[in-house]
Design a protein around this ligand. Structure first.
Ligand code: GLC
Length: 459
């Protein structure tokens, strides 16, 4: 099928996913699968909508994005609650749906109180800030972001991440399942996927916050968090052969400021022999998680790709992540770009870490499944680093399957050849992710909606 038809078909499907609230378009539903029970896939998820929103911003449909930003802002709790059954101040919902009471439409948010597993989303507020910045860049209009209710909204999201907590690290501490991976997957603590978004949201906030009296404290807090956060991620999350050699020979049980092995990582917890064989000399990546005696060496695509896009990794590191994708193509891309996480947790690890979750069995769904939505992030990362050929190759692979398979949510199997066992068809972010990848190829100038330059922050 020709390129044009694929794109046209994708647009038709994307248009169908738009939802209207009080007569205005305000978002897109997660999936329009006619054959599987909707559960919550008939809702508009903040993280899912970002892909559609970027497509809309590029195609002069910024009205939808504006409506979305305004309405979701109203859902954010503005008061401190000491009652555990109500969402925290500043939290953004994972999703919302439209309900009708006495003929009147209302938005019903889900902060995790209905979600499977009952987890609050840590990524929603971060994505919201990132999207607001994209809106400002696309429309060249700062007035929405500078409205006092928007300034307050940004402040409250940041406060939730920056204020008092039980932690001594610059990273943000979150529960398991608080991001795109919204089921237990061993991500409790400081998962990379969240740290990349956190870093991007902090940088975006500096562009969005007006330097007036009321914002002074929070601007100062962002400035003081960014350098240590960047240093921690670039240095201690980073894995390549040289780092592996250092960690392999770490001393343990060190006390005090001079400790080299700050996190007290025990060598036996890391699969060194497998990693040393797998990691090419020219490659590297950011580890999945870091905490006390914990270095999760799984590769997480969202965190690594977003790190490149937002310049969390430096230029050399960004190239080395792309080298990894290129040199381990069969593992990470294979028949559908791309694996959400690699490798999968298997056997006893799967049993203990996921709670024996059948949806996340090895090489399925979040546990080593392949997610086409990641195509836009791969394309953006590759184009940003002038490695467009990687993106072209990945898009060509996706194009062979996506329309024919009716835009599945994810694929299963080590080589990504099976349509996900429980995958929804006509999954909106699959459709939007494809369109966005094509936009970035056709017009790399659009990348500025999501990228940050390298030079601004010094470690
Ligand atoms: C699944 C995904 C989550 C997504 C939601 C709606 O729960 O894990 O990331 O937001 O579906 O598509």
């Amino acid at each position: 099928m020709s390129d044009k038809t694929l794109v046209e078909e994708a647009w038709i499907a994307l248009e169908k996913s738009i939802i209207y609230y009080q007569g205005r378009p305000i978002g897109t539903i997660a999936a329009c699968d006619p054959d599987i029970a909707a559960l919550n896939y008939d809702q508009c998820f903040i993280r899912d909508f970002v892909s559609s929103a970027l497509v809309f911003l590029i195609n002069d449909r910024s009205d939808i994005v504006r409506n979305f930003l305004e309405e979701t802002l109203k859902l954010q709790p503005k008061k401190t609650q000491l009652d555990s059954s109500t969402p925290s101040r500043g939290l953004m919902p994972a999703s919302f749906k439209i309900t009708v009471v006495n003929g009147q439409e209302y938005l019903k948010p889900d902060f995790g109180e209905h979600a499977i597993g009952r987890v609050a989303p840590a990524d929603a507020g971060l994505w919201w800030i990132i999207l607001l910045r994209a809106y400002v860049i696309a429309t060249d209009d700062r007035s929405l972001a500078e409205r006092e209710d928007f300034q307050e909204g940004i402040r409250l999201i940041l406060q939730l991440c920056l204020v008092t907590r039980f932690d001594m690290y610059p990273m943000v501490l979150v529960p398991d399942a608080a991001s795109m991976i919204d089921r237990r997957m061993g991500l409790y603590g400081h998962p990379l996927d969240i740290q990349s978004l956190f870093y991007a949201a902090l940088r975006a906030s500096l562009e969005l916050l007006i330097p007036h009296e009321e914002n002074q404290l929070i601007i100062k807090a962002v400035h003081s968090r960014l350098p240590p956060l960047l240093k921690q991620l670039r240095e201690n999350y980073w894995l390549d052969i040289d780092r592996l050699n250092v960690i392999y020979r770490y001393q343990v049980e060190e006390y005090g400021e001079q400790a080299l092995n700050q996190f007290n990582i025990y060598s036996d917890s890391i699969p060194f022999y497998r990693l040393a064989k797998w990691l090419p000399e020219a490659a590297g990546y950011l580890a999945g998680n870091l905490g006390p005696s914990q270095l999760d060496s799984r590769f997480f695509a969202l965190g690594n790709l977003m790190a490149i896009i937002v310049s969390l990794t430096d230029e050399l590191q960004s190239h080395r992540i792309l080298n990894l994708i290129e040199l381990r193509w069969t593992d990470l891309i294979s028949n559908m770009p791309m694996k959400l996480c690699y490798p999968a947790l298997e056997d006893i690890e799967w049993r203990i870490v996921t709670g024996a979750d059948p949806k996340n069995r090895p090489w399925s769904y979040h546990n080593g499944g392949s997610w086409p939505v990641l195509l836009w992030m791969l394309t953006a990362a590759a184009k940003k680093m002038d490695r467009g050929e990687l993106a072209h190759h990945a898009i060509a692979i996706a194009e062979r399957r996506l329309l024919k398979d009716q835009w599945p949510e994810y694929y299963d199997g080590q080589d990504g050849r099976l349509i996900g066992k429980e995958a929804r068809k006509f999954q909106t972010w699959t459709i939007a992710g494809y369109l966005l990848a094509k936009e970035f190829i056709a017009n790399p100038d659009r990348l500025k909606l999501v990228t940050f330059p390298f030079e601004n922050v010094s470690v």
